[in-house]
Design a protein around this ligand. Structure first.
Ligand SMILES: Nc1ncnc2c1ncn2[C@@H]1O[C@H](COP(=O)(O)OP(=O)(O)OP(=O)(O)O)[C@@H](O)[C@H]1O
Length: 261
């Protein structure tokens, strides 16, 4: 682990997308998160890894405002958002995907993306039928291509495969003007081919969009991130580049049962 690299990251005065200082979350006596201090630069892609119950989703909930932290502060592009409701964080460009699908099954793929774009735009209450030149429709078409679903634009969500639904969830997170996205296990349940497609989609996202990806598939996580934070029992216990994490004996033990070459 290069400690100077980690130290420089914490001391740098550059623009951060996300800054967490001493964030904690208790559920009664259970300490789900404790003393989480992280700095994520604008445009940075970070993987958060850890075993079941490590606190990864609770970390996402604290950042999105779905559950307020019990202690600590969170800043988004320099602004303290710790006490803001989720919709105010979305307005500022924060997005997330969920482990469990939140899609409307009765809509087509394009309509789903269009409605997501309209939902985060100022003109969201318009009842007029969208023209193809509608700014939200133009964005929806462009997102459709970004997530490789152009061939399925008119397909009903209910008939999509699991992998295609996960691609659509990424599409919805791209609606509007996202500056930072939290991806919660996007590779879960995907085939090897779909995983490769997911890696390509994430790596081709516009460079200014940073993200955190929670992912149990180490291979996917290390291919789409620039830096990795490992969690255990609600705490950060190890950080490093993907190369450092991949070579770490403790990580190999946890993820690969010590069998990794
Ligand atoms: N709403 C809640 N009420 C009570 N306990 C909770 C709640 N949400 C999470 N927890 C607990 O907090 C701890 C951390 O859970 P969390 O879901 O954040 O872990 P995780 O790292 O995301 O796990 P997984 O990989 O299984 O999704 C667990 O012990 C979990 O049971």
């Amino acid at each position: 682990m290069t400690e100077s690299f980690a130290a420089n990251r914490l001391q740098s005065t550059g623009a951060y997308a996300l800054e967490l200082d001493g964030v904690a979350r208790h559920f009664g006596a259970l300490v789900a998160l404790s003393g989480i201090t992280m700095r994520i630069a604008a445009g940075e892609r970070r993987a958060v890894l850890g075993s079941n119950g490590a606190g990864k989703t609770t970390l996402f909930n604290a950042v999105t405002g779905d559950f307020l932290p019990t202690a600590g502060r969170i800043r988004f592009f320099g602004e303290d958002i710790t006490d803001l409701p989720p919709h105010e964080r979305i307005r500022r460009g924060l997005r997330r995907t969920y482990q469990i699908s939140q899609l409307f099954k009765g809509l087509s793929v394009l309509d789903s993306i269009f409605l997501a774009c309209r939902g985060v735009s100022r003109r969201r209450f318009s009842l007029l039928r969208p023209a193809t030149t509608d700014v939200n429709m133009v964005q929806a078409e462009s997102i459709l291509n970004a997530v490789h679903l152009e061939a399925l634009r008119d397909t009903l969500v209910a008939t999509l495969s699991h992998g295609q639904q996960r691609q659509l969830e990424i599409a919805l997170a791209l609606a509007g003007a996202p500056r930072f996205i939290l991806f919660d296990e996007p590779a879960a349940g995907l085939s090897p081919t779909e995983r490769r497609d997911l890696v390509a989609i994430l790596n081709a996202l516009p460079k200014h969009i940073g993200y955190i990806i929670i992912e149990h598939d180490l291979d996917v996580a290390l291919r789409v991130s620039e830096y990795v934070s490992m969690m255990h029992n609600g705490r950060l216990f190890k950080e490093g580049t993907p190369q450092e994490i991949e070579a770490d004996p403790e990580v190999q033990e946890i993820y690969l049962g010590g069998k990794h070459g």
